[in-house]
Design a protein. Structure first.
Length: 113
């Protein structure tokens, strides 16, 4: 097992985590690379390796926002969106709002899509 925590994102956004000894998975959006497939594969691989907390930059999460939902019933895996080097896209707050609304039945955070 490589550790209980991992970070997925572009090189610049995750290099500080790597320097701190946290496992990182680089997903750079370069020409010819399907970053959505790479992100989905990275999350699946980390989940299979029993990684408990997966931080993912909001930019890496673009196009695969539904993936955290597929792990919501796995009580031992937390997928947490974080801002990347370009700042926030609002994806993390939208996901948090959706989870709070699902749990409480009301949009108490006031986030709209």
């Amino acid at each position: 097992m490589h550790g209980d925590i991992a970070v997925i994102g572009d090189t610049e956004s995750i290099k500080g985590f790597k320097a701190a000894g946290i496992r990182t998975v680089c997903i750079d959006k370069t020409a010819g690379v399907d970053s959505r497939a790479a992100t989905a594969a990275a999350i699946e691989k980390l989940a299979l390796e029993k990684c408990l907390v997966i931080f993912i930059t909001e930019q890496a999460l673009e196009g695969v926002e539904d993936i955290p939902d597929s792990y919501k019933d796995h009580s031992n895996i937390a997928i947490i969106p974080i801002p990347g080097r370009y700042g926030t896209t609002g994806a993390g707050m939208r996901i948090l709002n959706k989870n709070v609304e699902r749990a409480l039945g009301a949009n108490i955070l006031g986030v709209t899509e």
